[in-house]
Write a protein that binds this ligand. Structure first.
Ligand code: SIN
Length: 546
């Protein structure tokens, strides 16, 4: 694996600096930025416009134990149960206990959640024992959170936002400390060096690795791939969550149909109208991996539908206005007709390994949100825990940084470059082994991953996928524009997922193998860790597990 996607030189690059550099503008990136800006100058770089993120698309909501009938302990137990033996109890405890104060602070920043008779309204989602999901504008929770955070960030004189800035790679000094990022400014077409005392990756997920995903087009695993190239550890990358219910209409994107729809009473039915989850513990609200696999199996016999009608027309319109309108645009009226649905790649449980303060294995590099992995989600994330995670661990990064921020800002002189005398070019890399067509390759990777590293996996398919992905990695993809950088990142994180899934010979949470269908705690209750050397997988214990 090459260290840099682009052969750059220190000569002639425009250089910028700040105290803290945050890459990504979803909930983790912006919340962290707003809090850091209370004492430091922060730059937030984002690859499209500031709002475009997985956060903006979140429908269901944000899980938090605030109801009188609920408690952090119940939230803790539900999270651990869904995580299938791979959650780190310490980080889960932090999540559920520090979550309520962070949500309070988020509301103080302007996010408004739906209320019922003046009280915060709470809904239920799969594998939650209580109603503990806050939502906004019915089913546009992420949109409302992003709106509030963007407004708050823009108010702060200490926050500089760079839109259309694609992070190509992380920059290091001669000691291996991360001191910034190499960035392509899409507006000017120029590469830039952004330096900081601390760098926070909050670049989100990687759904675009798969043919079908609920994620926006920006979710190409850029932060995880850049961290891996820089030498950081990735953890638990075999655990991909497939959301059970995405809209299934030929040629339409797999638009998310929130789990909250089932939480409010919708039924999953097959083409004979039979409620096939009826006899499964938890029924439609069983953990996501179980529901997704049940739908997948059922689809072998025929289409599967989500029947909204048990919710009642008035409630559907009040709770799910976005889903209702979007489906209507595709000619489906959920008030009248059951909606065809299918699973789609939704969330990466793994990511850049961090401790409970968001510190990665590389000095001065932090990670938060979906691109990070601190063991909080285990093998299967509990619905609506991810927005909460972005807040809680973003806040902890800010606390951790507080004592380090007094240091001097790094200088461009300190940056270790791949070749001091190379002149920057815009023609990309040279010395091809075999030139690959980026557009074609992206599609091939997505198909290969969906068919062989998807909801149900086996050794034959995983081996085939791993070998092909490694072969493509050895060939040359000319990387000189954002599309190519993204494809290279998709290839890297796809290879990491496939290799980790091939090596884990058991089934657990989001990782199900038909050739090893059982969960084998004695052998496999451990986290996988991968470094860039040959995608080799090693394992570390689950901290605090029985
Ligand atoms: C949903 O609304 O079903 C998605 C929520 C989540 O992924 O946590």
């Amino acid at each position: 694996m090459r260290r840099y996607l682009y052969t750059w030189s220190k000569l002639g690059l425009k250089v910028f600096d700040s105290d803290v550099l945050i890459l990504g503008s979803g909930i983790a990136g912006l919340y962290t930025a707003i809090k850091v800006s209370e004492h430091s100058q922060v730059t937030v770089l984002t690859k499209k416009t500031i709002e475009v993120s997985n956060t903006e698309q979140a429908q269901g909501g944000i899980a938090v134990a605030i109801d009188i009938a609920d408690s952090p302990s119940l939230h803790f137990e539900d999270t651990l149960r869904a995580g299938a033996g791979l959650c780190d109890p310490l980080t889960v405890r932090i999540l559920v206990e520090e979550g309520p104060a962070c949500v309070e602070e988020l509301m103080g920043m302007g996010a408004q959640f739906d209320r019922l008779d003046g009280e915060l309204a709470l809904t239920r989602e799969g594998a939650h024992s209580q109603r503990r999901i806050l939502h906004a504008l019915g089913d546009a929770t992420g949109w409302e959170i992003e709106r509030a955070l963007v407004a708050k960030a823009k108010e702060s004189a200490n926050v500089t936002v760079g839109e259309g800035h694609f992070v190509v790679d992380l920059l290091e000094n001669h000691q291996g400390d991360i001191i910034g990022a190499l960035v392509l400014n899409e507006e000017t077409g120029e590469f830039e060096g952004h330096l900081a005392k601390a760098v926070v990756l909050a670049t989100g997920g990687l759904g675009q690795v798969y043919r079908y995903t609920t994620n926006p087009s920006v979710a190409t695993g850029d932060g995880m791939a850049a961290a891996l190239r820089a030498g950081a550890d990735l953890m638990d990358m075999e655990f991909v969550q497939f959301h059970p219910t995405a809209l299934l209409i030929p040629e339409a994107p797999r638009f998310l149909i929130s789990e909250a729809v089932r939480g409010e009473g919708a039924h999953l039915i097959n083409s004979a109208g039979i409620r096939f989850m009826e006899n499964v513990p938890g029924k439609e609200l069983a953990p996501r991996d179980i529901v997704a696999r049940a739908i997948w199996q059922e689809m072998k016999q025929g289409p599967v539908y989500l029947d909204f009608r048990p919710i009642g027309q008035e409630r559907i319109l009040e709770r799910f206005p976005t889903i209702y309108k979007t489906c209507l645009n595709y000619g489906m009226d959920v008030l009248i007709t059951p909606l065809p649905v299918a699973p789609a790649a939704h969330y990466m449980m793994g990511g850049i390994a961090t401790n409970s303060d968001g510190e990665t294995s590389l000095p001065h590099l932090y990670a938060a949100g979906e691109c990070a992995c601190n063991g909080v989600h285990g093998a299967n994330r509990l619905a609506s825990n991810s927005l909460l995670e972005g807040l809680v661990f973003g806040a902890r990064i800010v606390e951790k940084m507080r004592d380090k921020i007094e240091a001097k800002r790094p200088s461009w002189k300190e940056v270790h470059s791949p070749g001091e005398d190379l002149v920057r070019t815009v023609t990309g890399i040279s010395g091809s082994v075999k030139q690959l067509d980026g557009h074609c390759l992206r599609k091939q990777i997505q198909d290969l991953m969906w068919d062989n590293v998807g909801i149900i996996r086996d050794g034959v398919g995983l081996k085939k996928a791993t070998e092909l992905l490694l072969a493509w990695e050895r060939d040359d993809l000319a990387t000189c524009c954002v599309d190519d950088f993204e494809t290279a990142n998709i290839l890297t994180v796809g290879t990491v997922i496939a290799k980790a899934a091939l090596d884990r010979e058991e089934s657990r949470g989001g990782h199900f193998r038909s050739d090893y269908p059982l969960r084998l705690d004695e052998l496999w209750q451990k986290h996988s860790l991968q470094r860039k050397e040959g995608y080799h997988v090693c394992y570390i214990p689950v901290s605090g597990a029985d």
